[in-house]
Design a protein around this ligand. Structure first.
Ligand code: SF4
Ligand code: SF4
Length: 319
């Protein structure tokens, strides 16, 4: 029996189960995607119907303008496929400390999206791109046949535009199955060596992310009878040092309708941030959701954030 995550970190320090201060607003623009990966925790696909509309985008723009200095982190699905992606990016150019687009890379090579790479550079976006392995067979197994070759083509295009040098390009590694990522630093060295030697590709940082046992990945674990074993593995490798840095202490996640969550995983599992009366908070209630000391909505899958070196949208927590 795995101990309750919340109690475990509460025992270390009661502050660890509470919101600290807002640094990052992560915006999930919906579940439309040109791919349909086996590990996708938001169940995205080309048939995704949850698409953030202009009214929500405009509310976001107003709120971001009132809170200068935030990190804006755009995700999905494939955020670039949202018809309002361009509008959101252009309208937030002057008010954020840093703007990140989480790209699956393959979208850069799709017909109709040829403008994207230049647009990223023009807008000085940080590109954080999924490349779950440097080996072709592993990428193709997890993300579909031909994905590795397309991703390499997209990375070359970004390198030609100065990404990996003048502009920040980060790659994301997540394991192909029910294991905890190894050392982020060592893996980064291996990625850099392999990608440079084989393809002449440069990037800045590798971010390791542990698979959360939710969504398609949970279904896979349950179908193999491995869900309990994986949760146990995460709990056994609980790292108290990572507990104080869980990303939900400084991040708020927004869904396609404008509802607020402690993170994208809570969004995927339908655990929103609620107010004192139990009402679900929306983007216009951001001040209320991001108040220092507000209790976080924690679950058992949170163990994925504290296993080994820890895990977050910006990679390992204690690497
Ligand atoms: S590219 Fe990302 S969002 Fe799209 S299906 Fe794969 S994991 Fe999900
Ligand atoms: S899964 Fe989300 S809510 Fe849980 S610890 Fe990680 S970031 Fe926080």
């Amino acid at each position: 029996m795995v101990a309750a995550f919340k109690e475990r970190i509460n025992k270390i320090d009661p502050d660890f189960i509470r919101f600290e201060t807002l640094q990052t607003l992560q915006v999930n623009m919906g579940n439309l995607c040109n791919m349909g990966c086996s590990h996708c925790h938001v169940g995205a696909s080309p048939d995704g119907k949850k698409v953030m509309e202009r009214a929500v985008v405009d509310k976001l723009i107003k709120i971001i303008a009132r809170k200068p200095g935030l990190i804006l982190d755009l995700t999905g699905g494939c955020p670039e496929m949202n018809p309002k992606f361009r509008h959101l990016v252009e309208a937030t150019a002057d008010c954020c400390k840093r703007r990140i687009v989480r790209s699956n890379l393959t979208i850069l090579t799709e017909p109709g999206f040829e403008w994207l790479a230049e647009f990223f550079r023009e807008q000085r976006l940080v590109v954080t791109a999924s490349l779950p392995c440097y080996l072709e067979e592993n990428v193709d197994r997890q993300r579909g046949k031909g994905t590795h070759a397309t991703s390499i083509e997209a990375l070359r295009r970004l390198n030609r535009l100065g990404y990996g040098d003048e502009f920040e390009l980060n790659l994301v590694f997540n394991p192909g199955g029910e294991v905890i990522p190894g050392s982020q630093q060592e893996l980064e060295m291996a990625y850099k060596k392999e990608l440079d030697n084989k393809y002449g590709i440069r990037f800045n940082n590798l971010l390791t992310i542990t698979n959360a046992p939710i969504g398609r990945f949970r279904e896979y674990l349950e179908s193999k009878g491995m869900y309990d074993r994986y949760l146990n593995l995460l709990a056994t490798h609980f790292n108290p040092e990572a507990a104080q840095s869980i990303m939900c202490r400084t991040l708020i996640s927004v869904d396609w309708k404008g509802f607020l969550y402690n993170c994208d995983f809570n969004q995927a599992t339908g655990v929103p941030i609620t107010g004192a009366g139990g009402e679900i908070l929306k983007i216009e209630d951001l001040e209320m959701a991001a108040v220092s000391g507000k209790e976080l909505f924690l679950s058992q899958y949170c163990y994925c954030c504290t296993a080994g070196e820890g895990s977050s949208c910006t990679g390992a927590l204690v690497a």
